[in-house]
Ligand binder design. Structure first.
Ligand SMILES: Cc1cc2nc3c(=O)[nH]c(=O)nc-3n(C[C@H](O)[C@H](O)[C@H](O)COP(=O)(O)OP(=O)(O)OC[C@H]3O[C@@H](n4cnc5c(N)ncnc54)[C@H](O)[C@@H]3O)c2cc1C
Length: 399
């Protein structure tokens, strides 16, 4: 039997055109399912967001779709991470250069807008109906189908509705009312893209600095750009409306840290964010009736393990495979949740732990951290390896 003859559904509404949405649509197209991706943003708004790292486990899903080389070309391979203390001394290294051999791929850094654009374009090429400016505001189940209402009043019906609408999922609120709200991790994130030729960064490497009051990550992208993020616990200071006041607050938080950090922040034309980082440790249910959540909508993870996008990609493959192999949408959703829950919750916990380690430390704690970091990095690298080596296979029948 071919894939396209097997799915128990003919039509799917996919809410969200970020990472999980267009990807699950592409896998559904393989099954011959009519997939409509509804994205709230307008196509012109595509430049929002900063950048992210696609880990080997996420890249293998893109490779399955034949998109690995394209995404690598749109981004840049990350050779590894160097950790430094507030004085700029290197206190640990995670080298990625053996990862292609070990995990089948090496991490790729990519601008978020570039990733979203590439995935939506690929989904459209494969026959998905990808619609921008299509914000879902209501959902209703009718006998044999589910209906989504868009802002503006248009209604669309399908056999299933997949909530790929991220951390603040409207689908989650509508289909699974009473779900716990995302929890604040204690960290805020601001980022940007800068040209700062004086910054002592090696192309392809990321430098992570445990500053005195805040954490700073900087990736030296090809072409000389610095892609950076800054994490702090100063939520109120980040809420100021004036971006120049926010820049001043960030500079104050890095006073006394290596001087190039301030140079990068000053050289950044537009600060991106702030994002108050949230996660969802465990959501009691991921599906109800003909509706199922995936990606951040089901299990948002803080960025500190660099896994949220990769988990969303894995989810997309597994959910489509479950729909291919099950006899009903409900059985597929139950199988999907059962297969994925333990893995994603382990990642969310590890990401929270990594994030807690970025919180500013007093002088004594910083002294210990500098000495213990090689040990922590070894433990962290072992956890990371378990995440990277995980494989989800399209060809394997669902258990
Ligand atoms: C600052 C920051 C840095 C990060 N860094 C990394 C990293 O390095 N590596 C990594 O793997 N992950 C990272 N993440 C996490 C990663 O971005 C998410 O895990 C990933 O984007 C989840 O994909 P998704 O498709 O589930 O949701 P999203 O990518 O958030 O996509 C959801 C989409 O749904 C749309 N939408 C929302 N509501 C509606 C609606 N009602 N109707 C229609 N559309 C709607 C949104 O506009 C959005 O496009 C980071 C996150 C943040 C905030």
């Amino acid at each position: 039997m071919t894939d396209s003859m097997r799915a128990p559904i003919q039509r799917a509404l996919v809410v969200g055109g970020g990472v999980a949405g267009p990807t699950v649509a592409m896998f559904l197209r393989r099954l011959g399912v009519r997939a409509t991706v509804l994205e709230a943003r307008s196509a012109a708004e595509g430049d929002a967001g900063a950048f992210l790292g696609l880990a080997p486990n996420g890249l293998q899903v893109l490779a399955e779709l034949g998109l690995g080389a394209e995404l690598r070309a749109r981004g840049a391979v990350c050779e590894g991470l160097r950790f430094t203390n507030a004085r700029g001394r290197c206190i640990g290294v995670i080298d990625h250069r053996g990862h292609a051999r070990r995990f089948g791929a090496q991490m790729v850094m990519i601008r978020r807008a570039e990733l979203h654009r590439a995935l939506m374009a690929a989904a459209a090429e494969r026959g998905a109906d990808c619609r921008f400016g299509a914000k879902v505001v209501a959902i209703a189940e009718r006998p044999g189908e589910v209906v989504a209402r868009l802002e503006g009043g248009e209604e669309l019906a399908a056999d299933v509705l997949l909530g790929c609408d991220g951390l603040r999922s409207r689908v989650r609120a509508l289909a699974l009312p009473g779900s716990p709200a995302p929890a604040f991790t204690g960290l805020c994130d601001v980022g940007g893209f800068a040209r700062c030729p004086g910054a002592p960064l090696e192309p392809g490497w990321t430098v992570m600095t445990f500053g005195r009051r805040a954490f700073f990550g900087a990736f030296a992208a090809p072409g000389g750009e610095v892609w950076w993020f800054h994490n702090n616990g100063a939520r109120e200071a980040m809420q100021v409306v004036d971006p120049e006041q926010r820049r001043a607050a960030i500079l104050a938080l890095h006073a006394g840290d290596p001087g190039w950090i301030a140079d990068v922040v000053r050289a950044t034309p537009t600060l991106l964010g702030p994002w108050a980082l949230h996660d969802i440790m465990t959501l009691p249910r991921w599906h109800a009736g003909r509706v199922c959540l995936l990606g951040d909508a089901a299990h948002a993870t803080s960025p500190s393990a660099g896994q949220g996008a990769s988990l969303a990609l894995e989810d997309a493959l597994v959910l489509a495979r479950c729909l291919r192999d099950a006899t009903s949408p409900q059985a597929a959703f139950a199988g999907f949740e059962q297969e994925r829950r333990a893995r994603v919750e382990a990642v969310v916990r590890q990401a929270r732990k990594n994030g807690d380690g970025k919180a500013p430390a007093g002088p004594v704690a910083a002294w210990f951290r500098d000495r213990m970091l090689p040990l922590f990095l070894r433990a962290g690298a072992a956890a990371q390896a378990r995440f990277y080596e995980h494989r989800v296979e399209w060809s394997t029948p669902t258990a």
